[in-house]
Design a protein around this ligand. Structure first.
Ligand code: IMP
Length: 190
């Protein structure tokens, strides 16, 4: 079966392709198929938004579609930025502005525990879906470290890797990441 990754984020496409390589006959990005959709993420939770993305892309293809919705949940901020992670500092979305806002909100906060969470939806051409959830725990640092990855990676210190996600190689990040864990849950159900 052929699969389309419903994301315009090249980092995510790369991560998901690495993890699912060998599980599908061929994996396409949206760009490769000339599909241009960026639906509004209006759902109140990760599952709802992942489904919105999967269905939006499915309208343009008869291949299977995989979509994720992810975010950062910070304990001391009551789970924020959560589903609003991409637009935490407002629109247009900017990783730099989001990280600056997070650092400002956490300036005097001692409890810095946080987790990345993902809900992943695999939608088959007949409309059936398989859902997977993944989490990875860590802490928010007081300053950015590392150049790799995207989003909040430079501020997220992974307990398992003992470094930030931006200091980790792709392979290291994929070995523990919320997205790879959500995909593993999906793969187990196939
Ligand atoms: P989404 O693309 O709607 O799922 O929004 C996810 C947002 O959460 C991104 O824009 C990032 O700010 C953040 N995020 C999700 N996954 C990661 C990750 O692996 N590293 C860093 N930030 C992430």
């Amino acid at each position: 079966m052929e699969l389309v990754i419903a994301s315009n984020n090249r980092h995510k496409v790369h991560e998901i392709t690495e993890i699912l390589a060998g599980k599908f006959d061929r994996i396409y990005s949206l760009a490769e198929l000339g599909i241009s959709v960026d639906p509004e993420e209006t759902a109140p939770d990760f599952f709802g938004n992942a489904l919105i993305k999967a269905n939006a892309v499915a309208a343009f293809t008869d291949k299977a579609v995989v979509a994720d919705d992810s975010g950062l949940e910070v304990e001391a901020l009551g789970g924020a930025p959560g589903v609003f992670s991409a637009r935490y500092a407002g629109e247009p979305c900017s990783d730099d502005n989001n990280n600056a806002k997070l650092l400002a909100e956490m300036k005097d906060v001692k409890d810095r525990r946080a987790k990345f969470v993902t809900t992943m939806v695999l939608r088959f051409p007949d409309g059936k879906i398989v859902v997977g959830n993944g989490e990875v725990e860590g802490e928010i640092l007081f300053e950015k470290r590392g150049q790799n990855g995207f989003g909040y990676d430079p501020l997220f210190y992974s307990y398992e890797l003992k470094k930030t996600f931006a200091e980790a190689s792709d392979k290291e990040k994929n070995s523990v990441s919320h997205r790879s864990r959500a995909l593993e849950e999906i793969v187990k159900q196939l």
